[in-house]
Design a binder for this molecule. Structure first.
Ligand code: GLC
Length: 419
């Protein structure tokens, strides 16, 4: 009798436990772009699920470029859709997200830990994710543009890694003439009307010692503002850059580089891992990464990039979403991403980790570059700013506007934003 009662109690208990678990199951949906390695995100999510009973993670992938992702998100978020809990956003977006009220500020969740948590990150990322004193998102990985080059071709022609754009041009011409491969180009950077093309404009401007803003006001009536057009125009004219540069989106640079069709490329951290590990890569073992060349007068400059984790203001699972975000924004996950995807760490200590350096030998010098990389303008009206720059740079590179017209139109559209 006693035994029977016990057995019944046990069955009941397991029934109750089973159903409560089913009831308390939370599914968090995280949105990421295709370029940010959703496969690696899935592995990280699997690990989190193992450690967090009752939580399942769904990874939603959309948008091939930063602005295509944001266009999709504009639709979801303006309709206050609760479908997404966590969203990966580009480093240029926190100000816009804060102004639109799309991100749940994280201050209350971090509580007394806030200062400690934020001080662990590289300063640029603590700053980029804080808008008017509020933590809008937490960093997932850092990024910056580097000069990728073909070690084998430089060795064959006994050329050093170029320190100036002129050297890059000369070396490209020598190698192209020697290789006689009609598919081989000297250099590529983004030229399509996409987000990456904003950096295509800013890097030579900064490298020449110029800046887009001075005391918060537009500052493009300078000789330095003409440098991006002059430099890229020269590279295109000489055939070092492809005539179709106006069609080049960020991931196309990686594809062309991996196919063995580029000597030099101005691109982001993720390209290293893909060029070393993708089955179709023809350049495995022959890739070098260095700082971008400088102009004769200026210093090497680069654009800061990277991806942040925002909790949607419309999520129905905010507390669970914040816990997941804190895991994703941890040194442990930073290391996993660095090894599996060459995503640059946001924690200075991870750059020195032995396994991380073994997978990415160039991370040894990458930390200080990320730390001194410069930001695209920070403003809630970033979308307009980006569009004014990228569409005019693209028109110049496609041959439909001259320098004067492209720069003039760019200024006309930027002036009202920085009045
Ligand atoms: C990289 C950078 C990002 C940048 C984008 C442009 O993903 O991390 O900040 O905006 O490239 O294509």
């Amino acid at each position: 009798m006693k035994l029977k009662k016990l057995a019944l109690a046990a069955t009941l208990a397991s029934f109750i436990v089973g159903t409560t678990a089913a009831w308390s199951q939370t599914t968090l949906r995280i949105f990421t772009g295709g370029q940010q390695r959703p496969d690696v995100m899935r592995k990280i999510a699997d690990e989190y699920e193992k450690r967090t009973p009752g939580v399942k993670i769904a990874v939603e992938v959309g948008g091939a470029t930063s602005e295509a992702q944001q266009q999709y998100l504009n639709t979801v978020l303006t309709s206050k859709d609760s479908a997404l809990d966590v969203v990966l956003i580009d480093v240029i977006r926190p100000a816009q997200w804060a102004a639109a009220g799309w991100a749940e500020p994280l201050d209350a969740y971090l509580g007394a830990d806030k200062a400690k948590v934020m001080s662990q990150y590289m300063k640029a990322y603590a700053d980029a994710n804080t808008v008017n004193g509020k933590v809008i998102s937490l960093p997932y990985f850092a990024d910056s543009q580097f000069l990728y080059y073909r070690k084998d071709l430089l060795a064959k022609y006994k050329r050093p890694v170029p320190k100036t754009w002129d050297e890059l041009m000369e070396t490209s011409q020598i190698i192209m003439a020697g290789e006689k491969n009609p598919n081989l180009r000297g250099f590529e950077t983004a030229g399509a009307p996409i987000e990456g093309t904003v950096c295509t404009f800013l890097v030579p401007l900064w490298g020449e010692g110029g800046d887009m803003l001075k005391n918060g006001k537009l500052n493009l009536d300078t000789p330095e503002a003409r440098q991006p057009f002059q430099l890229l125009g020269r590279l295109k004219q000489a055939g070092v850059m492809s005539p179709n540069v106006g069609e080049i989106v960020t991931d196309r640079i990686r594809i062309n580089f991996q196919a063995g069709n580029l000597i030099f490329a101005q691109t982001w951290g993720y390209v290293w891992n893909r060029s070393q590990n993708d089955a179709d890569s023809k350049v495995k073992g022959n890739v070098g990464v260095a700082v971008l060349p400088a102009s004769k007068t200026g210093k090497s400059a680069t654009c800061i990039g990277g991806w942040q984790l925002a909790v949607s203001a419309f999520s129905k699972n905010k507390a669970e979403a914040v816990k997941f975000v804190r895991y994703l924004s941890s040194p442990e996950v930073s290391k996993m991403q660095a090894i599996a995807a060459s995503h640059l760490p946001v924690f200075p200590s991870v750059y020195k980790d032995k396994e991380v350096v073994a997978a990415n030998p160039w991370f040894e010098f990458a930390g200080p570059i990320v730390e001194t990389a410069r930001s695209r303008p920070v403003t809630p009206r970033y979308q307009e700013v980006s569009d004014a720059i990228r569409s005019n740079m693209n028109a110049y590179l496609s041959g439909t506007k001259t320098t004067d017209v492209a720069l003039g139109d760019m200024k006309k559209r930027l002036e009202p934003v920085f009045k």
